[in-house]
Design a protein around this ligand. Sequence first.
Ligand code: AMP
Length: 133
Amino acid sequence: MASYDTDNIFAKILRGEIPCSKVHETDHALAFHDINPQAPVHVLVIPKGPYVSMDDFTAEASEAEIAGFWRAVGETARILGVHESGYRTLANHGRNAHQEVMHLHIHILGDKPLGPMLEGGSVPPDGLYSRES
Ligand code: AMP
């Protein structure tokens, strides 16, 4: 898997170098609106630590980071109000899942019927995976 790139866009958001539309923040997580929403509610929740994806997060993060992060996902959904009508959480890891930003993020999607869980599709351009070792 790719090593963590400290210049990825979500690392810059965490450092305050570029803005985001914040929904929630805890010691372990930051939640903000997706810049290109795929549903009326589309929010991303990211851990504050330097994790590329669910793979290294679940292998290397501390119990406190993992618990804190997942609690923040649930809190964010409740803040958004989608816990009543239903929502989907989604995390892309790697090429086949079409991961585009190499900092772990959970998508929270909701406020409309979301349809089938999966559709087929293409993979992103090769350049995104050039740091794989
Ligand atoms: P993924 O394909 O799972 O890596 O999703 C990356 C998501 O990040 C996409 O839904 C993008 O719209 C979103 N995104 C990219 N840049 C930003 C940004 N600066 N602020 C908020 N969302 C972003």
